[in-house]
Design a protein around this ligand. Structure first.
Ligand code: SF4
Length: 84
């Protein structure tokens, strides 16, 4: 969920984040209450032009919470375990 970063920092190498769809929708979809659905966040990520870059960013920065690049916390953990 990149809109948090857009509000606080915009380093030159992160200008791709300006295309983040989540910045237009609000954080509640991407950081739902425990046990709540992430379906809507994933739907928005599926339409986002920077989904791959977002997921790479989340994995590189070990983002533990929320939906990033269309993957939930558990899905990112599973991806890390299977990555070479
Ligand atoms: S892929 Fe999802 S979390 Fe990442 S910038 Fe796009 S809408 Fe936001």
């Amino acid at each position: 969920m990149l809109s948090m970063y857009l509000d606080t920092i915009t380093p030159p190498d992160l200008t791709w984040q300006e295309q983040a769809l989540c910045a237009q929708t609000g954080a509640e979809f991407f950081f739902p209450e425990p046990g709540s659905s992430v379906r809507e966040a994933k739907r928005i990520c599926g339409l986002c032009p920077i989904r791959s870059a977002c997921l790479e960013f989340a994995l590189a920065h070990d983002e533990r919470f929320g939906v990033w690049g269309g993957l939930s916390e558990k899905e990112r953990q599973a991806l890390r375990r299977t990555a070479p």
